[in-house]
Design a protein around this ligand. Structure first.
Ligand code: MD3
Ligand code: FE
Length: 224
C-alpha cells in the first residue's frame, strides 16, 4: 500500500526515454467520465481472456472498440474489424476517449493522431503482461497513446532487445503515456498487479491503448 495513493497527483510531463512522454495525472479530472464511457463499451463487448499463439491464456482480460480490434488466438496476433466472439463490428470509440488520446498525442508533438483501434486491458491483482513488442500495426510512424485507470501498476520498459533489463515505472490512475519514435518498438510489459482497492475501480486496473493500425493518415509520408 502506497501512502501517497490517497493524495491527488499533480500533473507533470516526464520524458521517460526518447519518444516516450509520461503525462502524469493528465486524465485525473475527467477520469470518472472516461471510465463511464469505457464501461458503456464493455456492456456491449465483454472482456475475455485471449489465447496466445503459444497456447497460453492471458491473465489480462481484453476487449476493443473502434474500427479495428486487437485479437489473439492460435493463429497469431492481429487486428480485425469484427469481434470473433460475436461476429459483429466492435463498438465505436467514445468521443471523449478519442479526444483525450488526440490531445495527449498533440501535447507530445503528434498532431492529427487518429486512432483506429482502442484496446481495453483489465488487470485484477496477480494479472500481468509479459515483455513484448507491439508490431502488428502497419503505421509505425504513429504513436501509441495509453491511459491508465484504477490500481497502480509497475510498467516495465525495456530496450529494442528482449534481453535488455527493463526500467520500472509506476503508472497510476489518470496517467497518460505517448509512445512514439524510438520508443515505439521497445519491449515492454506489466509486473503482476498488487492487491489494492481503488475508490472508482475497486480491485481493478484498466489500461486503454489507442492505436493507428492500417494506413498512415493522409498527408503524412509513408516511412520506408
Ligand atoms: C511502449 N499494455 O496492450 S500500456 C499492450 O498497461 C500493452 O496494459 C500495457 O502493452 C498495459 O500492448 C502497457 C503502455 C504501452 C503500450 C504500448 C507500447 C507502452 C508501449 C508500445 C510500445 C512501447
Ligand atoms: Fe504492448
Amino acid at each position: 500500500m502506497d501512502l501517497f495513493d490517497d493524495l491527488p497527483a499533480l500533473p507533470e510531463t516526464v520524458a521517460l526515454a526518447p519518444g516516450a512522454v509520461l503525462l502524469r495525472a493528465y486524465a485525473c479530472e475527467q477520469a470518472a467520465t472516461l471510465l463511464q464511457a469505457t464501461e458503456a463499451v464493455l456492456a456491449q463487448v465483454p472482456l475475455r481472456h485471449m489465447q496466445t499463439p503459444g497456447g497460453h491464456t492471458m491473465s489480462v482480460a481484453t476487449a476493443s472498440c473502434g474500427a479495428l480490434g486487437w485479437v489473439s488466438d492460435a493463429q497469431g496476433y492481429r487486428y480485425a474489424a469484427h469481434d470473433p466472439q460475436s461476429g459483429r463490428p466492435w463498438p465505436a470509440m467514445p468521443a471523449c476517449l478519442v479526444e483525450l488520446a488526440q490531445r495527449a498525442a498533440a501535447e507530445a508533438g503528434y498532431a492529427d493522431f487518429q486512432p483506429e483501434a482502442c484496446l481495453i486491458n483489465q488487470y485484477v491483482p496477480g494479472a500481468k503482461l509479459s515483455l513484448h513488442q507491439d508490431r502488428d500495426e502497419k503505421d509505425l510512424g504513429a504513436p501509441i497513446v495509453s491511459l491508465s485507470l484504477g490500481l497502480p501498476a509497475i510498467f516495465l520498459f525495456g530496450g529494442s532487445k528482449r534481453s535488455q533489463r527493463p526500467q520500472r515505472y509506476r503508472l497510476a490512475h489518470g496517467d497518460v503515456v505517448v509512445w512514439g519514435g524510438p520508443a515505439r518498438l521497445a519491449f515492454h510489459g506489466v509486473a503482476p498487479l498488487e492487491e489494492g482497492d481503488h475508490a472508482l475501480l475497486g480491485r481493478r486496473r484498466i489500461n486503454l491503448t489507442f492505436r493507428r493500425v492500417r494506413n498512415p493518415a493522409p498527408g503524412r509520408p509513408k516511412p520506408d
